[in-house]
Design a protein around this ligand. Structure first.
Ligand code: GLN
Length: 449
């Protein structure tokens, strides 16, 4: 099919869709498709020609709205492209639109968006997972080929797991964050959401590598595509027993079956332990609250976005911030509270120490094997409204995903071949060893069909 026909059929499906996956559509999508198709016909197209992308709405695309699914930025137009977007366009990837998310990436369900919840394409009474809800939904529902999401505590992997697609969070510092609206900048990473492993390897190959606009990215650009076909004979995979504690029975059973498939592909399965998983959620939230409240200070109604004038400057800032949703406000307040000077040496410094012990334990476990394995989420997609009234209940959903962010390690969620609601199996590797994850995920994908 020609790219313009494909784009037209996606546009028609998006406008009919009831899943609320998109916030904005690229008005130039049809022109872009014609331009790229001409390059394809002339044999001069880039590596991503033919791919139709959706982009999470916290990543800047020049000339399009960048809302972070918030009333605060409802009408904010990005004046520039994020580095990842620039690189995708340079390789002739086509951006069809910007997708829904939890407001400012705060959530694990896709329900906190100012534009209303995104629905799970497998069961519209259930959440798609968050915060990259629209990324996973658009790929799973066939409203885009692939997507970019961001992952601070699991926001790529959670919706990938709930929607049955592949989601990859690279090592911290592999992909430039320039043009990503920061949530907690020591934890945030951009990554791909795709239907298969080779598409993710290709996208990662295009978007990774040093960028003068983000000095946390140091390595030269790598090509990951050739590793997808690598055999996994002898690869040591550590099953983390703590990752199964408290999981639904069906999750445990299917993930253990998935591990068996990797064993049949030649992997050497061993048992490892990461007991500090028990403190991962409070450690993540205290670290994230502190960084998030600092990152959100720029949304004060003075320079960007929504503004409501009050009687003086303080009042104006307070009135303008009334545009923020309940969960975002809760996090700003908690982050401001725990970093007050009265608590110096208490909450935040304890959280930093706890983060270091978790990182140390994950790295120790990865000295005993090449990859760590377990479920991505302790349960399948829950019902809309089920957890949104109880923030702590929602936070606990992140128990298995936050350790990768706290440790800066790469991790991916692989969709298991199951009937009924999707289940994700999670792989972690040492920093910089994304190729090991890609090879194992591809081996599972090939063997489970
Ligand atoms: N559920 C996590 C949170 O609400 C994940 C957020 C993220 O990765 N952006 O903080």
């Amino acid at each position: 099919m020609k790219l313009n026909e494909k784009v037209n059929s996606y546009l028609a499906n998006i406008s009919k869709s009831k899943l609320n996956a998109f916030i904005s559509i690229n008005k130039h999508a049809e022109n872009d498709a014609e331009r790229i198709q001409k390059k394809i016909d002339a044999g001069k197209a880039g590596r991503l020609a033919g791919y139709v992308f959706s982009i999470k709405d916290n990543i800047a695309v020049s000339g399009m709205r960048l809302t972070c699914a918030s009333k605060m930025l409802e009408n904010y137009i990005s004046p520039y492209d994020a580095t990842v977007v620039k690189r995708i366009i340079a390789e002739d990837g086509l951006i069809i639109g910007k997708v829904n998310m939890d407001e400012f990436a705060c959530g694990a369900s896709g329900e906190t968006s100012y534009f209303g919840p995104t629905l799970n394409p497998h069961d519209t009474g259930r959440v798609p997972g968050g915060s990259s809800a629209g990324s996973a939904t658009s790929v799973a529902a066939g409203l885009s080929d692939v997507s970019l999401g961001s992952d601070t505590g699991g926001s790529i992997r959670c919706p990938a797991s709930f929607c049955g697609v592949f989601g990859f969070k690279p090592t911290y510092g592999t992909v430039s964050r320039y043009g990503l609206v920061d949530m907690a900048m020591s934890l945030d990473q951009i990554g791909p959401v795709t239907k298969n492993v080779s598409d993710a390897a290709l996208i990662l190959s295009v978007i990774n590598g040093s960028d003068k606009m983000d000095n946390t990215v140091t390595g030269t650009q790598q090509d990951y595509t050739k590793f997808v076909k690598q055999k996994i004979t002898g690869v040591k995979i550590g099953v983390v027993e703590e990752f199964f504690e408290g999981c639904e029975h069906a999750i445990e059973k299917n993930v253990r079956d998935g591990i068996e498939i990797l064993k049949n592909e030649g992997a050497n399965i061993v048992k490892v332990s990461v007991p500090k998983t028990a403190i991962a959620v409070p450690t993540y939230y205290l670290n994230m609250f502190a960084e998030f409240s600092s990152a959100m200070q720029k949304f004060d109604g003075l320079k960007y976005g929504f503004r409501k004038d009050g009687k003086d400057i303080n009042d104006t800032v307070a009135e303008s911030r009334s545009a923020l949703g309940e969960e975002v406000k809760r996090r700003i307040l908690l982050g401001t509270y725990i970093t007050m000077k009265e608590f110096r040496g208490k909450w935040y410094s304890t959280a930093l120490k706890a983060r270091e012990t978790i990182r140390h334990e994950m790295i120790q476990a990865l000295k005993k094997c090449d990859l760590l394995i377990g479920p991505t989420m302790p349960f399948t997609a829950f019902k809309l409204g089920e957890k949104i009234k109880d923030p702590v209940e929602m936070y606990l959903a992140d128990i298995l995903t936050v350790s990768a962010n706290l440790s800066g390690l790469p991790a991916a969620s692989i969709p298991l071949n199951v009937s009924g609601l999707p289940i994700g199996m999670q792989l972690h590797a040492n920093a910089g060893e994304e190729v090991k994850i890609l090879a194992a995920a591809a081996a599972y994908e090939g063997a489970s069909k």
